[in-house]
Design a binder for this molecule. Structure first.
Ligand code: GAR
Length: 225
């Protein structure tokens, strides 16, 4: 399917460093990603990614979760913050807050997340540490649609990396992050080109085919395909 004439408006949610945000900014700047990043929203005022957004001329705002008495109130404020920009897709790029079921339901089929493991392995936190402790020989990263099950929505795209005996959390995380920066622009591009969607039964569909397993991005597949 051809890309629509106007770029897809998106909002990116972050909590920290923002290197995945940067990979998306860079892909847009190189005309490889037909989206308009309308805003970046962080739940942490100190997130480095806010500066990356500002440097790229993207409106960057903070909705500080610590100022809200409960999750539902924060999610309501976040939703209002997002709606101002009328996005067609919400991109969670290192956004480290669990979202309420109501929030997730509202954006069902319009919200993607990146997770640093080969889901369903190692949902949650400390994924690299847990991968090393498990003795697994392969690790990686996943892009999935967000559903109410934390890190449990349909996985669309993955990249695998080897785990070496001498690996530390830092070396393994670096190897995985390099792949994350290839994965996210590609999955967002598929969505923007209307090749990727979530169907009414909760399955991910790519190019009119239900994905029974994620697409695996290999080292040979280039940056965007
Ligand atoms: C990334 O490794 C991302 O996969 C992970 O946080 C990091 C953010 O890095 N996300 C999660 O763990 C979500 N459960 P970044 O701020 O440099 O993009």
């Amino acid at each position: 399917m051809n890309a629509p004439a106007s770029p897809l408006p998106i909002v990116i949610l972050i909590s920290g460093r923002g290197s995945n945000l940067q990979s998306i900014i860079d892909a847009v700047a190189s005309d490889m990603l037909p989206v308009e990043i309308r805003a970046v929203i962080s739940n942490r005022p100190v997130a480095e990614g806010l500066q990356r957004a500002t440097q790229a001329g993207i409106p960057a705002t903070v909705i500080d979760h610590s100022l809200y008495s409960d999750r539902a109130k924060f999610d309501q404020a976040l939703r209002e913050g997002i709606e101002r920009w009328q996005p067609g897709l919400i991109v969670l790029a290192g956004f480290m807050r669990i979202l309420t079921a109501g929030f997730v339901h509202h954006y069902q089929g319009r919200m993607l997340n990146i997770h640093p493991s080969l889901l369903p392995d190692f949902p949650g936190l400390r994924t690299h540490q847990r991968a090393l402790e498990s003795g697994c020989k392969q690790h990686g990263a996943s892009i999935h649609f967000v559903t109410a099950a934390v890190d449990g929505g349909p996985v669309v795209l993955q990249a695998r990396v080897p785990v070496y005996q001498q690996d530390t959390v830092t070396t393994l995380a670096t190897r995985v992050l390099e792949q994350e920066h290839r994965l996210y622009p590609l999955a967002i591009r598929w969505f923007a080109e209307q090749r990727l969607r979530l169907d009414s039964t909760g399955h991910a569909v790519l190019d009119d085919k239900v994905l029974t397993e994620p697409v695996i991005l290999t080292p040979e597949s280039g940056t965007l395909c």
